[in-house]
Every structure is written in structure tokens, then in C-alpha cells.
Design a protein around this ligand. Structure first.
Ligand SMILES: Cc1cc2nc3c(=O)[nH]c(=O)nc-3n(C[C@H](O)[C@H](O)[C@H](O)COP(=O)(O)O)c2cc1C
Length: 199
């Protein structure tokens, strides 16, 4: 069974993006395993190349890198901060992308990995700008970024006592995006298994 890594770009306690990931994790529960990355527990400092030699930082980074390596696909839900990804998410991706440069035993955990981009915002745009920004970031590090994405505008208006309740159109888009992600995930997982067998 595939494992999807779910990453929020917000560590705010009542984050709409973290809630969106919970909603997606619930929808996926019978279809794949989910590894929900808890932003508050990541423990990485603000990126500083001088810290690449710090044993404690490297231990934290190695554990995080392993979670990225072991997953078959990634779902990112990131707030839009002035049209950009949050420092938290950028910092995480920068650190994880560096390990292969620091230590040759590690590979690029993003390479050929399907990524579904999502954003929930309190405004009307549903994070349309940050999705473009994330597309460039994850494309740069070698991931296979899905064309379709999930943008939740005016998130508080769609929140109920039972969690997110989206209108029919939005829910259909969410289901279609998850279904495509699962198909891509299976496809790339089988491709990398076949490559390993033929090596
Ligand atoms: C520094 C900052 C910049 C923001 N910039 C944008 C923005 O460019 N576009 C937008 O739609 N919302 C923007 N917002 C509002 C966020 O959508 C809102 O705070 C959202 O709840 C953050 O996501 P979270 O609930 O997951 O923490 C901004 C919020 C902050 C704190």
C-alpha cells in the first residue's frame, strides 16, 4: 500500500491548512497509509549552511529526510503569505533538499515523486498565487507536481461543527484530485520498483 506524506505550511494551532489536511487524510483513510507531518515537531532551525555540520541538526534532518524518502507521494497544504509560500514550508524543503549535498549516501527524496498542491485561505483567492509559487519550488527540486490543485477560498465560511463541508463542486474537485494523486502514486511506485528489480 502507498504511503502519502502530508505537510502543512502552517504551525498555527487552528490552521485552516492543517484542518484541510485532516479532511483529506480522512477521505484517504481506506485507500492508502498517511504520514501526517506535525509542523511543531519538526525541530529544524532556520536554514543556515553553517549548521550543516551540526550533529543534532543532522540527526533531525536525517529522520525527516527518511519520511520524505519512504513516502510514495506528497500532499502540501500551505497558506499564502503575501503571495508566497510560508517561511516554515520553504525552510523545510530547503533543509530536506540539502542532505544529499551534505552526505552522498542520501538521495533526492523529491525526484519523480507525485505532489498535490493545496491551499486554504481566509480570502477570496484560495491561495492561487502560492500554488504557482509551490509549483515552481517542488518542480525545481525534481518532484512530479500535479496539474490540478486544491484551493479553498474563504475557509472559515466552509467550516462547520462537523469539520469542512464543501459545496458539491469543490468536493468533486477534491475527490478528483485525490484520485489522480493515488493513480500517479501507484504508477511511479511501480516504475521505481521495476527500476530497482532491473538494476
Ligand atoms: C503574513 C501574512 C500574509 C498573508 N498574505 C495572504 C495572501 O497573500 N493571500 C491570502 O489569500 N491570504 C493571506 N493571508 C491570510 C491567510 O490566508 C490566513 O491568515 C490563513 O488563515 C493562514 O493559513 P492558516 O490558517 O493555515 O494558518 C496572510 C496572512 C499572513 C499572516
Amino acid at each position: 500500500m502507498s504511503t502519502l506524506l502530508l505537510i502543512s505550511g502552517s504551525q498555527r494551532r487552528e490552521s485552516w491548512n492543517a484542518r484541510l489536511l485532516d479532511h483529506l487524510a480522512f477521505s484517504l483513510q481506506w485507500q492508502c497509509a498517511v504520514d501526517l507531518l506535525e509542523p511543531r515537531s519538526m525541530g529544524l532551525p532556520l536554514f543556515d549552511q553553517d549548521l550543516e555540520a551540526d550533529a543534532d541538526v543532522l540527526a533531525t534532518l536525517t529522520a525527516l529526510h527518511q519520511r520524505f524518502s519512504q513516502c510514495s507521494g506528497i500532499i502540501v497544504a500551505c497558506p499564502e503569505y503575501n503571495g508566497q509560500a510560508t517561511p516554515l514550508l520553504k525552510n523545510t524543503i530547503d533543509w530536506v533538499s540539502r542532505l544529499a549535498h551534505i552526505d552522498a549516501r542520501f538521495g533526492n527524496p523529491f525526484f519523480n515523486k507525485p505532489v498535490l498542491l493545496c491551499s486554504a485561505s481566509t480570502g477570496w483567492s484560495g491561495g492561487a498565487l502560492v500554488i504557482q509559487n509551490l509549483r515552481a519550488l517542488f518542480g525545481y527540486v525534481g518532484a512530479m507536481v500535479m496539474g490540478s490543485s486544491i484551493g479553498i477560498a474563504r475557509a472559515p465560511d466552509q467550516w462547520t461543527a462537523d469539520g469542512f463541508q464543501f459545496d458539491g463542486t469543490t468536493e468533486s474537485q477534491v475527490e478528483a484530485a485525490l484520485s489522480t494523486l493515488l493513480q500517479w502514486t501507484e504508477h511511479f511506485r511501480k516504475m521505481s520498483e521495476a527500476e530497482l528489480l532491473s538494476a
